[in-house]
Design a protein around this ligand. Structure first.
Ligand code: GLN
Length: 490
């Protein structure tokens, strides 16, 4: 019996009932990885020995009759921009190629109390800048549903690992869609929590006012359980919320009667892929048939979200990435003097997209342009936030597509950054407003690629988002579908 294709909550029950051992499960996932990694390339680092050692500890615990926690003994992948003590954390960049953090990110500290089996660090666009995982300095990741296609990004390695069975679940990070969009491209569930819900301490900073860590899972049940574990205030992150963490699994009730759902007309834009339009509308109709109250709403400043995001995120990135100078951080490339050394280091070790954003960011922040670009973007950000505040006076959640197209071919957009940026139209507004959002599978395009339904909630409204997503998921069967990997499963 294959184990790699099951969600964590099913495997947890099997472990607790001693039907399987954690070593058996870990070996099954590692064997699957051995089979698929050549085609998929989801990982940068695989921690095979540590994984098996942790699995053995879980098995000892189980056989001694001790109870195990939800994630205990279950293999997972961690996006390689989340610091793991003693395990390389590269951000898919040559500048951090050999960086071994001397500490754990808070999410990892929290996870380790649960003793999951960390089997590796997953691929991403360099420093999480991108939407296809093609910007990794090491290798591209392929979509398990069609290996000629991108898995989305920047958490493409995490989503592809979960979709291909080389991890049961994974952590990603989302600054402008990097959890939700790859989840939608790979047919899995991905959630970006409210800004501040999960500590950012130990997440390598891209754009600090937007970054959030969140789970990528097979289903909404796993998502709720993992959110319970990773959420909460952290003294090490002053932007983390002091609000209590509710038990998100209480929202796993398949009931949306009376739930008010808004359909923002600006998200069903001209140019949206026909299959996406149909699948998402059908999903919303399904929620309506289950008793939800659906109405059209307007978020009038949506059209400015991309421009706003692509000023604020690069501005913050330019500042955050100053530290990679070959002195404080970064693989040093020598030079004639210190300035030459820094120039060589940054020129040779950063990839093109990272350099592009550092230049855009510094331009937008420079004297003379600050008011015209950066300050203006901050003002528009407030208008975008207000759109949501207004909308949430009338509705409980907002439902729309996660991405305007399904996964596209590797290489198709990489030479056209602007076209790639426009892909983020449905995801970046939430980050600008700090809101929680989930992507849940809702069908397939005519060429068989997965489509995601995005559900957006009020600040700290994760419970309602999970409730709506779970009710929809349970009315369908998409979460039980597993990708057939060309050349491996076919
Ligand atoms: N695609 C977006 C970007 O390129 C989002 C990235 C992210 O969320 N990390 O910035």
């Amino acid at each position: 019996m294959a184990l790699y294709d099951k969600p964590a909550h099913v495997l947890h029950e099997m472990l607790a009932k001693k039907e399987i051992s954690s070593v058996e499960l870990t070996e099954d996932v590692l064997a699957r990885m051995d089979k698929v990694e050549k085609s998929i390339g989801a990982y940068i680092t695989v921690t095979r020995d540590d994984a098996l050692r942790t699995a053995e500890e879980t098995d000892k615990k189980i056989s001694s009759g001790e109870e195990i926690s939800f994630l205990e003994g279950i293999p997972c992948g961690i996006k390689d921009n989340i610091c793991t003590n003693g395990i390389k954390t590269t951000c898919a960049s040559k500048i951090l190629e050999n960086f071994v953090p001397p500490y754990d990110a808070t999410v990892i500290t929290k996870l380790k109390q649960e003793k999951p089996v960390i089997i590796g660090k997953t691929n991403l666009d360099e420093f999480a800048m991108g939407g296809s995982t093609e910007n990794s300095a090491f290798h591209a990741t392929h979509n398990p549903w069609n290996i000629d296609c991108v898995p989305g990004g920047s958490s493409g390695g995490s989503a592809a690992a979960v979709a291909s069975g080389s991890a049961i679940w994974a952590l990603g990070s989302d600054t402008g869609g990097s959890i939700r969009q790859p989840a939608s491209f790979c047919g899995v569930v991905g959630m970006k929590p409210t800004y501040g819900r999960v500590s950012r301490y130990g997440l390598v900073a891209y754009a600090s006012s937007l970054d959030q860590i969140g789970p990528i899972t097979r289903d909404v049940t796993d998502c709720a359980n993992i959110l319970n574990i990773i959420s909460g205030h952290d003294d090490m992150d002053s932007t983390s919320s002091a609000a209590d963490v509710p038990d998100y699994t209480k929202s796993l009730v398949a009931d949306v009667k009376g739930l008010k759902i808004g359909m923002p007309k600006e998200y069903f834009i001209d140019g949206i892929d026909e299959d996406i339009n149909n699948a998402v509308r059908k999903a919303i109709d399904e929620l309506k048939a289950m008793g939800a109250d659906v109405k059209e709403i307007s978020l009038p400043h949506t059209a400015y979200a991309i421009a706003t995001y692509y000023l604020i995120a690069p501005a913050e990135a330019a500042t955050n990435l100053e530290r990679y100078d070959g002195v404080s951080y970064g693989e040093r490339v020598d030079g004639a003097d210190v300035v030459d050394m820094m120039k060589n280091t940054r020129t040779q070790k950063f990839g093109d997209e990272v350099k592009r954003r550092i230049m855009i960011g510094n331009y937008a922040l420079s004297a003379g342009y600050y008011d015209a670009y950066y300050l203006k973007a901050l003002k528009v950000r407030t208008l975008i936030q207000r759109d949501y505040t207004e909308a949430f006076k009338d509705v409980d959640v907002i439902a729309c597509p996660t991405a305007p197209t399904p996964a596209y071919k590797i290489g198709e957009m990489i030479d056209d950054p602007l076209k790639m940026y426009l892909q983020d139209v449905c995801t970046v507004p939430l980050n600008l407003a700090g809101l929680p959002g989930i992507s849940v599978p809702c069908g397939y395009s005519s060429n068989g690629m997965p489509i995601g339904l995005q559900i957006i909630g009020r600040p700290l409204g994760e419970e309602t988002v999970i409730r709506a997503a779970y009710a929809y998921e349970q009315s369908q069967n998409f979460h039980n579908d597993m990708a057939k990997i060309g050349g491996v499963d076919a």
